[in-house]
Design a protein around this ligand. Structure first.
Ligand SMILES: O=c1ccn([C@@H]2O[C@H](COP(=O)(O)O)[C@@H](O)[C@H]2O)c(=O)[nH]1
Length: 278
């Protein structure tokens, strides 16, 4: 079985370093001339998948925008995941789950067990009940070639108060998360399956990402103000592991599918240039 890290490494080599989010904000539905209901949600997702599913390495549906429509919204999430898998992109579900270990085990079954209707390639997870509480997710991901991206230094300004708090051993909360994920990825080739979320907006925080050996998902680009040029400041020598992520910056070009493709190609070109290490 091929690991998620290996599958992601190959997808990025073939399609380029880019994750595009599917975030059907009410305002975007309106701008696209779609109704803020289940039919509008379904149409929005189909347009995005048809336009870019066969050209980006990773697509990241944001679960909140589906959950707000209840069970029918989750049904659209399930069908969107199926369409994305058929289009050849990896699916990263942004759902930021975290709880005590026995409950995390159920979340793991929901997203990382291939028999689940919500089965995806990888999920985002919150470490604030302790990185160790996410062990059932790490184990099920490893068993089925899946991945987990753990929040470390998020793109929102409020995150710093918690994430940069310093513990008794002198490390920040974020650095302990980084170090624990680094341990999980030790020796993995070509890339570990356990990633971190590090916002492109945060500047140079002095955190040490050198030993992660896993993907670094970088949201915050475009609508939140960061540019591809900021990636070098945030990630330094870890640039080759960065997976830049854009949602509204690309989605704002819709509903015209050529315009969505052009926006995708534009941000991918910017990221390729920014990530070039020489
Ligand atoms: O630190 C984080 C973690 C996750 N996100 C999510 O990424 C997208 C960003 O959307 P944009 O439209 O590109 O701003 C969204 O789904 C967030 O929930 C993040 O922004 N920052």
């Amino acid at each position: 079985m091929e690991t998620f890290g290996a599958r992601l490494h190959r997808a990025v080599a073939e399609r380029g370093p880019l994750c595009v989010g599917i975030d059907p904000h009410p305002g975007l539905l309106a701008r696209w001339g779609l109704s803020d209901d289940i039919e509008g949600l379904d149409r929005f997702c189909r347009i995005v998948v048809e336009a870019i599913g066969d050209r980006v390495a990773v697509v990241k549906p944001q679960s909140a925008f589906f959950e707000r429509f209840g069970s029918r919204g989750v049904g659209i999430l399930e069908s969107t995941i199926r369409q994305l898998r058929n289009s050849g992109s990896l699916v990263l579900l942004d759902v930021k789950r975290g709880d005590i270990g026995s409950t995390v085990s159920a979340y793991a079954s929901a997203y990382l067990d291939p028999s689940s209707p919500l089965y995806v390639d990888a999920v985002t997870a919150s470490p604030y009940l302790g990185v160790g509480s996410l062990a059932p997710m790490f184990e099920l991901a490893a068993a089925h070639g899946g991945g987990v991206f753990v929040l470390a230094l998020t793109s929102n300004p409020e995150g710093a108060a918690v994430q940069r708090a310093v513990g008794a051993d002198g490390r920040t909360v974020a650095q302990t998360v980084i170090d624990e994920i680094s341990q999980l990825n030790r020796g993995a080739e070509p890339l570990g399956s356990f990633g971190l979320v590090v916002g492109a907006t945060i500047g140079d925080t002095g955190h040490d990402l050198a030993g992660v050996n896993g993907p670094l998902l970088a949201p915050g680009l475009g609508a939140q103000g960061a540019t591809a040029a900021d990636l070098r400041t945030v990630f330094g020598s870890s640039l080759p592991s960065v997976l830049p992520s854009y949602s509204r910056e690309v989605l704002g070009a819709g509903p015209d599918q050529d315009a969505l493709r052009a926006a995708t190609d534009r941000v991918l070109a910017e990221c390729r240039a920014a990530l070039a290490t020489s």
